[in-house]
Unconditional design. Structure first.
Length: 551
């Protein structure tokens, strides 16, 4: 680490720790006593969330963005804190135009005058990561140019390093997040932030979304000018349209609000359930209604990706919840997340039943799909079930688009679009062709196993001939069952032996009493001898059972 970087990190470390101490989070940077630890385990999450939000706003860009990303993770963060984080604002003053010129010259290898016919000095929008300028290329193409803030990458990386240090320290002294390791959360949220710093990732996402948009002819995605784009500069097609939030503008243009709502919902759900790659932040500022009735999606800084497995389980979860199947919901939870071994399955079933009852006999038009998924994530949080981060972005995206749709057409429900897509995908999954296709994916593995089989069988036969094959089976449940069976059988044996001896002795005593003569066998008293033998057998049986430890 260079001296300059070390000094910068030291100053930033001091600023962060001072802010933590002022905000009442000093226990994260030092050891604290038993009383403080007990207090940390009984958090008032509402007031703590407010203090966290204010702290993040004081600390600037990195922490604001981390807070915004964290607000999409109800599987990691308590709901009361998430509600506060959702109020974080990302509005910051623009940086000087001179800085814009320097960055473009360094990144694109030429001056603004050499590269562009026109370039607006005043930005269209400004945020914590970068700002956007309108421009015209030499060939007359109208574009927008997103330019990253100077030194923002170095600041974010420094802040993340410091946060990871503090999180590891906090993990050793507190359990305030109910069993989750703070260092793991910081690492996961940090990956999301670092991905936003690479405009090259956003450019590739735009190109893929443009290809996906061909399936829905009314969806428009800005074209990317790769020759004018780098990791810190992104040049995209300028799109002229009406902001979705401009209700008067939509009315003047004669746009059908219900049709617009339906198309927005279908576009996002198609991306989630069919394409597996979706816009994770479709708020009104990122949506345009175009004159021809199509819609444009802007700003792909936050993108979600779903594996085919996660897509399938998401569809299964929605269908199981609507069919009131607790077993199906829990199966989806199990397939989607990592259920800890100590999970109380009875309590999990009870919580899922409660979640299911919430939607019992409720009309689809009154159900918010995003809220359903968030309820599911809250159940996962309460049982310490880790869920793929992509699923939390699904909830955020659907909740956001549901809010937009509700403003455009209050009588329209996202379920009107979701259910047909879900049913179609579910039926496709059950079709013979899809089953064969799924099985076909395992053919390379089967071929590999067949190729390895002769060698494996040869090695097995050698071990068998040499008598070196050992088989060990270990199962705590089986061991426990066998111990119980042994104990039960010993108790039954004891009872049967005592009963049999009692019957024999009782018979001898009754016979003696009736005959009035002492029964003898080879001049030996039978009753006395039988009693002695019975006593010896009884003592031997008790000794054997006690010695086995399974009585």
């Amino acid at each position: 680490m260079s001296a300059v970087k070390r000094i910068r990190r030291l100053k930033r470390y001091q600023a962060i720790t001072s802010a933590l101490a002022r905000s009442g989070f000093g226990y994260m940077i030092g050891r604290f006593g038993r009383d403080e630890r007990a207090a940390a385990d009984k958090k008032d999450y509402k007031s703590e969330g407010r203090r966290i939000r204010l702290l993040l706003q004081q600390l600037g860009t990195t922490f604001i963005k981390l807070g915004q990303i964290a607000s999409t993770r109800p599987d990691l963060i308590p709901q009361e804190i998430i509600e506060e984080l959702a109020h974080l604002q990302d509005d910051v003053p623009p940086f000087p135009y001179e800085e814009v010129e320097l960055i473009i010259r360094h990144e694109l290898g030429g001056t603004i005058e050499q590269l562009f016919r026109q370039f607006s000095e005043r930005p269209l929008a400004s945020a914590s990561i970068g700002q956007v300028h309108r421009a015209v290329l030499k060939d007359g193409s109208e574009v927008v140019v997103k330019v990253q803030r100077p030194q923002i990458s170095a600041l974010v990386e420094t802040d993340l390093e410091i946060l990871e240090d503090l999180a590891r320290l906090a993990d050793r002294h507190t359990d305030s997040l109910g069993g989750y390791r703070l260092s793991e959360i910081v690492e996961e949220l940090g990956r999301g932030l670092l991905s936003e710093l690479d405009y090259g990732t956003e450019a590739r996402a735009l190109e893929r979304f443009a290809r996906q948009g061909l399936d829905l002819g009314y969806v428009r995605i800005p074209a990317v000018y790769m020759d004018y784009s780098t990791k810190k500069v992104l040049t995209m097609e300028y799109m002229e349209g009406i902001r979705i939030a401009d209700r008067e503008g939509l009315k003047r243009a004669g746009i059908d609000n219900r049709l617009l709502a339906e198309r927005l919902a279908e576009a996002i759900l198609h991306q989630i359930l069919v394409d597996g790659m979706f816009h994770a932040d479709p708020h009104p500022g990122n949506l345009l209604a175009l004159p021809d009735g199509s819609i444009a999606l802007l700003d792909f800084g936050m993108v979600g990706r779903l594996s085919p497995h996660t897509q399938k389980q998401l569809v299964s979860f929605i269908i199981a919840l609507r069919n009131k199947s607790s077993k199906g919901v829990i199966q989806s939870i199990t397939e989607l997340g990592m259920v800890p071994e100590h999970t109380d399955m009875a309590k999990l079933y009870a919580d899922v039943d409660a979640m299911r009852e919430k939607y019992y006999n409720v009309p689809l038009k009154k159900i918010r799909m995003g809220e359903m998924i968030n309820d599911f994530l809250r159940v996962a949080f309460s049982h310490r079930i880790r869920i793929p981060s992509e699923l939390t972005l699904v909830a955020k995206s659907i909740l956001t688009i549901e809010g937009v749709v509700a403003e455009l057409a209050p009588e329209f429900s996202v379920f009107d679009v979701a259910e047909p897509i879900g049913r179609k995908l579910y039926m496709e999954r059950l079709s013979p062709w899809q089953i064969l296709k799924d099985w076909g994916g395992y053919i390379p593995e089967y071929v590999h196993l067949l190729r390895e089989a002769p060698m494996s069988l040869k090695e097995l036969s050698v071990l068998l001939r040499k008598g070196k094959l050992q088989l060990e089976v270990a199962s705590p449940q089986i061991d426990m069952l066998m111990r119980k069976m042994d104990r039960l059988s010993n108790q039954m044996s004891f009872s049967i032996v005592i009963l049999a001896l009692s019957i024999v002795l009782l018979g001898l005593i009754i016979g003696t009493a009736l005959s009035g003569a002492q029964p003898l066998l080879w001049r030996l008293p039978i009753i006395e001898i039988s009693a002695a033998i019975s006593l010896l057998m009884f003592l031997w049986l008790i000794y054997a059972i006690i010695r086995s430890g399974r009585f």
